[in-house]
Design a protein around this ligand. Structure first.
Ligand code: MN
Length: 131
């Protein structure tokens, strides 16, 4: 069931537009932040069904932002998927160990990205990531 509200935290306008268009085309509602600090405030205020979190952001990074979200009773249950240009195995491990629900690499692969969104929103219906 689409229509869920998804928060996109992304500082690159082109990536932000791509993700916004893709989600809206698939029937989701979107809300946006260009910094982690703003994203945390929006998450607290709007309680989105899912957060897509860029890792490299001005100011606070996405991993630190996840720690803040997890420490707050208002936001700790919201699934968060990392979206990052990083391809290093070490970085990937660090991201998954930090507690993200998943990991999507930029540039985004459309089908895989939407599958990951669906899976993060419905973990019991759709348990595995497309690879
Ligand atoms: Mn970025």
């Amino acid at each position: 069931m689409a229509q869920e509200l998804i928060l996109i935290v992304e500082d690159n306008e082109k990536n932000l537009k791509l993700v916004r268009d893709l989600l809206q085309f698939n029937g989701y509602q979107t809300i946006e932040a260009m910094t982690a600090e703003e994203g945390i405030e929006i998450a607290r205020a709007h309680h989105p069904a899912l957060i897509l979190m860029d890792i490299q952001l001005p100011g606070m990074d996405g991993i630190t932002a996840l720690q803040h979200l997890r420490a707050d009773p208002l936001t700790k249950e919201i699934p968060v998927v990392a979206v990052t240009a990083s391809v290093m195995t070490n970085e990937r491990k660090k991201i998954l160990e930090a507690g993200f629900e998943g990991y999507q690499r930029k540039p985004i692969k459309i089908k895989e990205f939407i599958e990951a969104v669906r899976s993060a929103l419905n973990p019991r219906l759709d348990g595995q990531d497309a690879s």
